[in-house]
Design a protein around this ligand. Structure first.
Ligand SMILES: [Zn+2]
Length: 98
């Protein structure tokens, strides 16, 4: 018995949208902060209050300065500190953990 199915057509190719130009890269901003000390970072234990420093790379410092440069009009910046919170090892694992 002969099949009456219609012959399959090749799927119609969808038009390819024109390539977009990449988003323009903004020019580097001039960071206007006058720091008494280099940006620094630390983590604070929410349970016992222990504070421990977090090492920053040059890129980290640059990013923190960039962030601080976005301060509201009328403000000045004289220090930058990144602060994370969490639980220290001693609070998580007990006094034997140090
Ligand atoms: Zn703790």
């Amino acid at each position: 018995m002969a099949s009456r199915a219609r012959p399959r057509r090749a799927p119609r190719a969808r038009p390819v949208p024109p390539a977009r130009d990449p988003a323009p890269v903004p020019p580097p901003r001039i960071v206007r902060v006058d720091l008494g000390e280099a940006p620094h970072a630390h983590i604070v234990c929410r349970n016992c209050g222990r504070i421990q420093g977090i090492e920053l790379t040059e890129l980290d410092r640059h990013l923190l300065e960039e962030l601080a440069s976005r301060h509201p009009d009328g403000w000045s910046v004289d220090g930058i500190a990144y602060s994370a919170t969490g639980a220290c090892r001693r609070c998580r694992e007990g006094p034997a953990a140090g």
